[in-house]
Design a protein around this ligand. Sequence first.
Ligand SMILES: *[C@@H]1O[C@H](CO)[C@@H](O)[C@H](O)[C@H]1NC(C)=O
Ligand SMILES: *[C@@H]1O[C@H](CO)[C@@H](O)[C@H](O)[C@H]1NC(C)=O
Ligand SMILES: *[C@@H]1O[C@H](CO)[C@@H](O)[C@H](O)[C@H]1NC(C)=O
Ligand SMILES: *[C@@H]1O[C@H](CO)[C@@H](O)[C@H](O)[C@H]1NC(C)=O
Ligand SMILES: *[C@@H]1O[C@H](CO)[C@@H](O)[C@H](O)[C@H]1NC(C)=O
Ligand SMILES: *[C@@H]1O[C@H](CO)[C@@H](O)[C@H](O)[C@H]1NC(C)=O
Ligand SMILES: *[C@@H]1O[C@H](CO)[C@@H](O)[C@H](O)[C@H]1NC(C)=O
Ligand SMILES: *[C@@H]1O[C@H](CO)[C@@H](O)[C@H](O)[C@H]1NC(C)=O
Ligand SMILES: *[C@@H]1O[C@H](CO)[C@@H](O)[C@H](O)[C@H]1NC(C)=O
Ligand SMILES: *[C@@H]1O[C@H](CO)[C@@H](O)[C@H](O)[C@H]1NC(C)=O
Ligand SMILES: CC(=O)N[C@H]1CO[C@H](CO)[C@@H](O)[C@@H]1O
Length: 544
Amino acid sequence: MATMTSIVLLLLASPLCATIVRSPAPPMGWNSYNSYSCNPSEAIIKLNAEGLISTGLKDLGYTLVTPDCGWQNQSRDAQQQMQWNATLFPSGGEALGKYLHGLGLRFGLYSGGGYHQCGSYDLPGSLGYEEIDAKTFAAWGGDSLKYDNCFSTSNDTMVDNDSEEAQSPARFEKMAASLDAQSRDFQFFICQWGIGENVGDWASQIGNTWRMSNDIYNAWRSIWRISNQVVPYYRNTRPGAFPDMDMLIVGLDALSAEEERFHYSMWAINKSPLLIGAKLDSTLPAASLKTLSNQDVISINQDPLSKQARLVKRYTEEEWDVWLGELSENRQVLGIANWRNESQSVELDLRSIGIGEANAKDVWAAESLGSLQRNLTIDLTAHEMKLLLLTNITAPQVPFESTGYYPASNASLSGSATLSTCPNGTCHPTGLKAADIGQDASITFRSIKAKSSGSKLLGVDFINYDYATTTAWDWGSNTRNLSVEVNGGQSKRWAFPLSGENWYETGRLSIEADGFVAGASNEVVFRAVGNSSAPDIVGFEVFE
Ligand SMILES: *[C@@H]1O[C@H](CO)[C@@H](O)[C@H](O)[C@H]1NC(C)=O
Ligand SMILES: *[C@@H]1O[C@H](CO)[C@@H](O)[C@H](O)[C@H]1NC(C)=O
Ligand SMILES: *[C@@H]1O[C@H](CO)[C@@H](O)[C@H](O)[C@H]1NC(C)=O
Ligand SMILES: *[C@@H]1O[C@H](CO)[C@@H](O)[C@H](O)[C@H]1NC(C)=O
Ligand SMILES: *[C@@H]1O[C@H](CO)[C@@H](O)[C@H](O)[C@H]1NC(C)=O
Ligand SMILES: *[C@@H]1O[C@H](CO)[C@@H](O)[C@H](O)[C@H]1NC(C)=O
Ligand SMILES: *[C@@H]1O[C@H](CO)[C@@H](O)[C@H](O)[C@H]1NC(C)=O
Ligand SMILES: *[C@@H]1O[C@H](CO)[C@@H](O)[C@H](O)[C@H]1NC(C)=O
Ligand SMILES: *[C@@H]1O[C@H](CO)[C@@H](O)[C@H](O)[C@H]1NC(C)=O
Ligand SMILES: *[C@@H]1O[C@H](CO)[C@@H](O)[C@H](O)[C@H]1NC(C)=O
Ligand SMILES: CC(=O)N[C@H]1CO[C@H](CO)[C@@H](O)[C@@H]1O
């Protein structure tokens, strides 16, 4: 009864409070950080807000404007409220909000759940002041809050990625509840950096978006790193809950025009927010503006189904990937990603990704390709992401079928490799995994069946949660490599992305391995590559 009463009271009370708005599509807008670091100012914000309008980007949906770190005064006022730094923002926060709203834009606020703000040792954080700050942000007319994770555990350590406290949802939940208590709608963007376990599980409950990686870096290699880390978050992505791959580096003079299209495509199909980080003035390259303005790519990102694309096939030595995302109205987006910095021609059998026939539009070329089936030959230029919008999709007449599942628990392990029993319900589908596959280890599967000789599609069930935080600034890639040798032939290498949100959540990577012979006597050996560990292996399934 008590519970019933409180539910009734809550329902009655709800019209008085607003709540975190579950905006159905990923946020789009502009943020100051990538171009101005923690040094925004009123003039900078106004320049770029006006840039959104003069470039036409506002009309395409980029409406949120966020001054990132560095906007504050060092002291709170007598009522303990945060204040704007009047040297940098002479008109103050409320006036800035009015100005942005007057332009038809939305006002994004930024703070963090720590003792200080990121990028400073003296600007006050929101930790312990959540209710006051949420109220102040609402009074200024804020429409969203990006909430960062610096100084989470001490006054003098800016980045703590390892402690339980730094990884905990508690500080983010406190701010979410404080925003919910305001009589103003907010979007809540969690910037916890994807540290710890199961971040998408809790963050998607309380935030519109969650940063699933360390910061983007102004170089091509961070595209590879973040793409490998976003893979498993499709489980949490849904309308109102999106994985944040960080602000775009399009227009920042770090990538070629082709690479900018690749980066933008990858963010769009994975349903990341599309937050521009470039200066929207005369220095913005025309090609970058054109990329940011592609309406087909924007509508793929904003599609009402809100399904993150899946990495459905990878060719590591050949350096290309196949990504496939479901869209509304029974459409799909097919992304063919050339990680090689050279042009190459690749072949893809649509049947191997579950498609019989489909009509296709090459999105970036803006041309119809007519009806496609079976084997496509795709010419890719260096670092190109080809995006094909598929409609009228039919299933293959003769689909690939499983001809057997081979658990690691039934394989011969050598060297450091050990078989480990996982907590109940994990390490799908067997509950066991081969772990510690180091330099001298191998896992040998015998008696593998094949109906015919040649290349087979293998669905490898693996576990990798070796995520990059400090190595993110360098060459951390969120991958572990595995070599696969069939019947004593030449071994081949694959880079496995993250599989899940902990060391027990299985992911599946589909690869093609050659050298099988018809019959039931095939032998497949998995090994680590060089001196770095392989992903843990649960088993694999063969498809023909
Ligand atoms: C305001 O910003 C300026 C420029 O960054 C800085 O020098 C000054 O210390 C800040 N003042 C306060 C009170 O935060
Ligand atoms: C910062 O806040 C203090 C205390 O409220 C105030 O005296 C000072 O003028 C402010 N300085 C700036 C730059 O905003
Ligand atoms: C941080 O500093 C404040 C005041 O300067 C102090 O009250 C608090 O205990 C400090 N916290 C930590 C974790 O050092
Ligand atoms: C890709 O190749 C071009 C031309 O050879 C070169 O200028 C560029 O630095 C390369 N990019 C990367 C990320 O290595
Ligand atoms: C398509 O490619 C596969 C190999 O990927 C090959 O076995 C098959 O014969 C090809 N089919 C056609 C119709 O070319
Ligand atoms: C899809 O198929 C339907 C009939 O099956 C047809 O009317 C329609 O024109 C097709 N759409 C495209 C884009 O080809
Ligand atoms: C396990 O391996 C043996 C041969 O080593 C094979 O006979 C048996 O069918 C395998 N069982 C499974 C479940 O794969
Ligand atoms: C494992 O979990 C299932 C449900 O997920 C439950 O029915 C079963 O009792 C659990 N087994 C153990 C040993 O905890
Ligand atoms: C695996 O290979 C990829 C490139 O194919 C590379 O970027 C990555 O660093 C490798 N991973 C490890 C852990 O060595
Ligand atoms: C691993 O191998 C690389 C080169 O292949 C070498 O530079 C590095 O020192 C090795 N690391 C260890 C721990 O042996
Ligand atoms: C998981 C991870 O990358 N942890 C790093 C957190 O930061 C400390 C200090 O910078 C590193 O030593 C850890 O490796």
